[in-house]
Design a protein around this ligand. Sequence first.
Ligand SMILES: [Fe+2]
Ligand SMILES: [Fe+2]
Length: 285
Amino acid sequence: MIVEILAADSMGARSMATCVEAGGHLFLIDPGVALGPLRYGLPPHRAEFEAKDRLWRRIEDRARSADFIIVTHYHHDHYNPDRPDIFFGKVVILKDWKRNINKNQAKRASLLLEQIRGKAKEIVVADGNELEIDGVKLIFSPAQPHGYSNRLGCVVQVLFSFGGKRFLFTSDIQGVCLREHADFIISATPDVVFMDGAPTYLLPTKFPKARLEEAFANLTCVMESLRDTTFVVDHHTTRDEHYRRWFELYKLDFKTAAEFMGFENMFLEAWRKKLYKDEVRLLGD
Ligand SMILES: [Fe+2]
Ligand SMILES: [Fe+2]
């Protein structure tokens, strides 16, 4: 099984797009990339638009050879509403669009379905489903809250199992906020897990400190239960330039998606203020 993280916040734009090659098939998970709106009161920098385009081209390229595409929820950093064509001719496995979904995501889901019905090879509901494709086992979690509550809707986690190896993609759980997130990860016993980490950049108004402490307590428990697992933590976490401080506080070790793939970290959203400042400095030189 080959796991390739195509795009992530540590690579320059919001995404968790990942490709899994196993059993002669290519599975593409969450083919989307987006930019954070205002950060520090600033719109995305030119460097972020460039990164987004570069990452999208990578996703688009892999989508051509994929035969299965998975969408874990309907946020635009997880699929591209302007490019339904990438789903045409593929088996599309979607977060349930009727159950455990909020209004905003239900609306987006029905639009996507309208665009791909009759054009995708097949459309399958992901939630709680188990599929076996030429020896590749896919196990989807039931719908789980996007963070500590389902205010932002729900996501599904997906476990790939093939040739004795296991890879888990958690989607946007925002740092093992709840016991149900932790239980699924621990019972999956993955060799590698690509996880959405806690959004420390939203402290304290949009993410209460008590919730963050719970998330780190849960993550500690998960890491202690899975000592041989490689942890890749990214997405909400790497929007905070100082994310390492939090993990050091709890003595937790992991790689970012960029580090896992052997690239330099490019926390462009977290660096936005600096990117604009450097530009002003350049103009003033
Ligand atoms: Fe999300
Ligand atoms: Fe996301």
